[in-house]
Ligand binder design. Structure first.
Ligand SMILES: *[C@@H]1O[C@H](CO)[C@@H](O)[C@H](O)[C@H]1NC(C)=O
Ligand SMILES: *[C@@H]1O[C@H](CO)[C@@H](O)[C@H](O)[C@H]1NC(C)=O
Ligand SMILES: *[C@@H]1O[C@H](CO)[C@@H](O)[C@H](O)[C@H]1NC(C)=O
Ligand SMILES: *[C@@H]1O[C@H](CO)[C@@H](O)[C@H](O)[C@H]1NC(C)=O
Ligand SMILES: *[C@@H]1O[C@H](CO)[C@@H](O)[C@H](O)[C@H]1NC(C)=O
Ligand SMILES: *[C@@H]1O[C@H](CO)[C@@H](O)[C@H](O)[C@H]1NC(C)=O
Ligand SMILES: *[C@@H]1O[C@H](CO)[C@@H](O)[C@H](O)[C@H]1NC(C)=O
Ligand SMILES: *[C@@H]1O[C@H](CO)[C@@H](O)[C@H](O)[C@H]1NC(C)=O
Length: 308
């Protein structure tokens, strides 16, 4: 009897979660000229196809000091007007979810380079364009510049708030301020996330949404960017997030939806103002590195993400 009730409750909770999951508007997703891993094979789902007028060709993204060489495919302007018959295209079996507008979760951080783990907490609230991620015992970013690279191996809070991106180091009462927007709940839609199958993570089945692209922001050649998301199957519940430049990923536990008290975001910056701006050639304040999301020791003291 008890187990029947438990079973029914589980079913009810599952139905409630499915009801809550709003999917992206159903349109054909395709890859534009910035994306990696295209596949124009007719039997590949259309979200792997290049957008109209583009063809999928092999490409090599050269190694940088933070990334291995990658043999992949990209979409380039097509010389021959090859048309695919639209009637028997294989569409993706899944459409990405729109994430909740506010949620929080405990995290574990995994460093793929050396197997180290860390832990922390994550808060998101779209109404304040805000994300806060706390990292213990070691911050994965190396934003403290003047104090030297070893000074960075302390906890930090990484904050996005109203268009700015802050790195706060409470134990040294220092805060770094950069300009960078937080993502919107529909970011998987906006970026035409590609469904790359289901994957088991810590006993939970997840949908794997890949968004990989390249950019040439340093002018030194193509650099691979990753923003891959794993959501619990057919839901908007985040399980794992793997972002670029770093060599690690964040796992989410104890996910809870609901508005976040604004002080969760403002308290960490208000405690250590004024925040230091990332330094530039004109500034004498060299407390913080020039670029945001500086991650690997190998690139120290060089001040950009790709120089050696
Ligand atoms: C997403 O797909 C649409 C077609 O539905 C296309 O027009 C658009 O350029 C694509 N965007 C990206 C970022 O690939
Ligand atoms: C698509 O349709 C064409 C013509 O009906 C057929 O020749 C082709 O084999 C089909 N392709 C696939 C992948 O089913
Ligand atoms: C492209 O997709 C087809 C069909 O899914 C698959 O057989 C092939 O291996 C893929 N090619 C690449 C380069 O991934
Ligand atoms: C990538 O392609 C290049 C040139 O085709 C080849 O020399 C290299 O071994 C390939 N690397 C990998 C990891 O497959
Ligand atoms: C991850 O491992 C690499 C290589 O050992 C190291 O340089 C980096 O500092 C580590 N990151 C964290 C957050 O521990
Ligand atoms: C997508 O899935 C294929 C097949 O499992 C795998 O080879 C590939 O590495 C995956 N792509 C990414 C970006 O992980
Ligand atoms: C990257 O940008 C630089 C400077 O704008 C340019 O000279 C170079 O050709 C670009 N490299 C690639 C691979 O697009
Ligand atoms: C961060 O910099 C922006 C832009 O310069 C500024 O508007 C904002 O007040 C700064 N934030 C803090 C907490 O110092």
């Amino acid at each position: 009897m008890k187990s029947t009730i438990k079973y029914l409750l589980t079913i009810c909770i599952l139905i409630k979660q499915v009801e809550n999951t709003v999917l992206c508007p159903s349109k054909l997703r395709c890859m534009d000229e910035t994306r990696l891993n295209c596949n124009n094979s007719l039997s590949a789902p259309t979200d792997f196809h290049c957008c109209d007028g583009l063809q999928c060709v092999a490409a090599i993204i050269p190694a940088t000091d933070t990334q291995d060489q990658l043999n992949t495919t990209i979409c380039i302007t097509s010389s021959s007007k090859q048309h695919q018959t639209a009637n028997n295209k294989t569409t993706s079996p899944k459409t990405p979810p729109i994430m909740a507008s506010s949620w929080s979760a405990a995290t574990t951080y995994y460093n793929m380079s050396n197997g180290d783990t860390g832990w922390g907490y994550f808060w998101y609230d779209a109404s304040h364009q805000a994300i806060r991620t706390d990292f213990y015992p070691i911050c994965p970013f190396l934003q403290l510049y003047e104090a030297g690279v070893d000074a960075n191996y302390i906890p930090c809070s990484v904050l996005f708030y109203e268009g700015q991106n802050y790195y706060v180091y409470p134990s040294v009462q220092t805060c770094c301020n950069y300009t960078f927007p937080a993502w919107q709940p529909d970011w998987l839609c906006q970026s035409n996330a590609t469904f790359n199958g289901t994957i088991l993570i810590d006993g939970q089945m997840t949908d794997f949404w890949t968004i990989e692209w390249f950019s040439n922001f340093t002018g030194e050649g193509s650099v691979r960017n990753i923003r891959n998301m794993y959501t619990q199957v057919d839901s908007r519940i985040p399980i794992r997030f793997r972002e670029d430049l770093d060599t690690g990923y964040l796992d989410f536990h104890d996910y809870v939806e609901g508005p976040i008290d604004q002080t969760i975001f403002t308290s960490v910056i208000n405690a250590y103002t004024p925040c230091h701006q990332g330094h530039d050639s004109e500034s004498t304040d060299k407390t913080c590195t020039r670029y945001n999301s500086q991650t690997l020791r190998r690139s120290w003291p060089c001040d950009n993400p790709t120089c050696s």
